[in-house]
Design a protein around this ligand. Structure first.
Ligand SMILES: [Zn+2]
Length: 310
């Protein structure tokens, strides 16, 4: 079974969580801890560094960014009666999928408003920001589109702002990279709303473009994404750069296949990742070979963001 490389990024934090739960439980019980945390240390190593804004506290009643399963917060503009029905499925289990659900991950089905290609062969980068993103930003010769995870935005807000300042387009890739067709409506909404809030708290804007993790998209998920005013973005060429993570593909193979693609056509939307330095190096290599690219909004003549504040 394929384990997404992102899960590895989260492992260090997951190791800390049970300890925190234990500490909180002990503190709640009024017992003395056997040790104390150094003064001034309020956050776990590897946790969010982005301050939790007051407006979000006012709206949610919470005081810190959530973990990997964010809570559902009701929103006035989400009408549950407009959410289309579809059988829930986990990734790879496609036997219950009906044609009316228009599943991208099971049937390669796209809807009228899905973006999946571009008139000019162009890169896109998912799963950041990460420490590797900085190297990518320093070497990109074109404007590109990043599909970020809200959880990572809260962790690396400066890198996010750096990408915005360089003129790249920031789209949402959910809060914590869950396979959306397996989730409840409330869980899908939570994945989207928290991602948007992290982007807004950092870049002061509302994203227009949304990429579902693993391409997990059906008409139920679409009908939720549309209510946020966002548009789904897929791809028509997967570089499979994420296979470097389990050594099932080498960097040389990925680049050789992209070289063939560049020879065979001039249009398309490529899926890449800024999750680690190895995939970033590939991205930089490809970027040199494609000096004229478009961002996703440029591909279809769309807007960069739903709204910018400032
Ligand atoms: Zn992803």
């Amino acid at each position: 079974m394929f384990v997404h490389p992102l899960l590895q990024l989260y492992q260090p934090q997951m190791k800390f969580l049970p300890l925190l739960v234990v500490i909180r439980a002990i503190a709640a019980a009024g017992l003395n801890l056997p040790f104390s945390l150094p003064p001034g240390i309020t956050r776990l190593v590897g946790g969010p560094t982005l301050p939790f804004p007051q407006w979000l506290t006012d709206f949610t009643g919470l005081k810190e960014w959530p973990g990997l399963d964010p809570p559902f917060i009701p929103l006035d503009f989400i009408d549950f009666s407009k959410i289309e029905p579809a059988n829930h499925h986990i990734q790879g289990q496609c036997d219950m999928i009906t044609p009316t659900s228009c599943s991208f991950d099971c049937q390669n089905c796209v809807s009228f408003d899905d973006v999946y290609t571009c008139p000019v062969l162009s890169q896109t980068f998912d799963d950041g920001p990460t420490p590797a993103t900085t190297k990518l930003l320093a070497n990109l010769k074109t404007k590109t589109t990043f599909f970020v995870l809200g959880h990572n935005v809260a962790k690396y807000p400066d890198t996010y702002r750096q990408a915005v300042a360089a003129g790249h387009i920031m789209g949402s890739h959910t809060w914590s990279h869950k396979f959306l067709p397996s989730l409840s409506n409330e869980e899908i909404i939570a994945q989207i709303q928290w991602s948007i809030w992290a982007m807004n708290a950092t870049g002061h804007h509302l994203p227009k473009w949304f990429r579902p993790p693993y391409g997990g998209l059906d008409n139920r998920v679409r009908s939720i994404v549309r209510q946020f005013g966002m548009q789904n973005v897929l791809w028509d060429y997967d570089t499979f750069d994420w296979k470097l993570n389990d050594n099932s593909k080498s960097a040389g193979q990925v680049v050789a296949e992209v070289d063939q693609l560049i020879k065979s056509r001039t249009h398309g939307l490529m899926l890449e990742h800024d999750m680690m330095v190895q995939t970033v190096n590939i991205g930089i290599d490809i970027n040199k070979k494609l000096p004229s690219q478009m961002t996703v909004p440029q591909c279809i003549g769309g807007i960069d963001y739903i709204k910018r504040f400032n």
